[in-house]
Design a protein around this ligand. Sequence first.
Ligand code: ZN
Length: 259
Amino acid sequence: MIMLSISPISAFSDNYIWCVAHNGEAVIVDPGDAAPVLKYLDQHQLKLSAILITHHHYDHVNGIELLCEQYPQIPVYGPQNQCPVINQRLNHGESIRLLGHDIDVIAVPGHTLDHIAYYIADTQPNPLLFCGDTLFAGGCGRLFEGTAEQMLDSLGLICALPANTAVYCAHEYTLSNLRFAQEVEPANQNLQDRIADASSRRAEGLPTVPSELALELLTNPFLRAGNSAVQASVNAHTGTKCWEKKDIFANLRKWKDNF
Ligand SMILES: [Zn+2]
């Protein structure tokens, strides 16, 4: 079993660019900015061997060109989109092999239509998911291109992964997501505990990412549209009486957009 070491590289105000490394080789996920990545690779004596892209937004792709100037031969994997610097296009259900591991591609449209996630099943102690701006710690991405129903289906695919999957999202939005979650589910004790834990991590300047999928299922309202407390809260907020998961989810997303 090849052990991977995974580290966040901070970029912009709240982005995490993920560096997955083994034996001096690094795979970078969503390099929105090249400078911090080059600095990190240099500091840790790593050689870039591939780039993985989850979707086309600038804060996930803008560093590719400069990285490829330094590493002209590397594959840049990404979804089917208009981004010209991606040279290996991936579809849902495909797998690629990097750093001794199979990486599965899951299409997760919603935040954008091209959005994909990368899942590595055979890592210890947990499987890994790099999900860009789809599932956040305590929240989910805004719907810029897709529908609420598409996002709900995409999150459903993620929820079907093993509960101990480590979820690596691309932003440090956790505390503000959890503030919203608390508004939705004030009586959720798991959520209270998570807020305390995330607050102390942030106070120490530590990332709250990755999180475990099991914790998301207990505390992330966007994965809990089937929960009666979440449904009651959404209905009370919007003045509706709908019980279908897709309607609850759509109203929850609108609520968060204006929170
Ligand atoms: Zn995005």
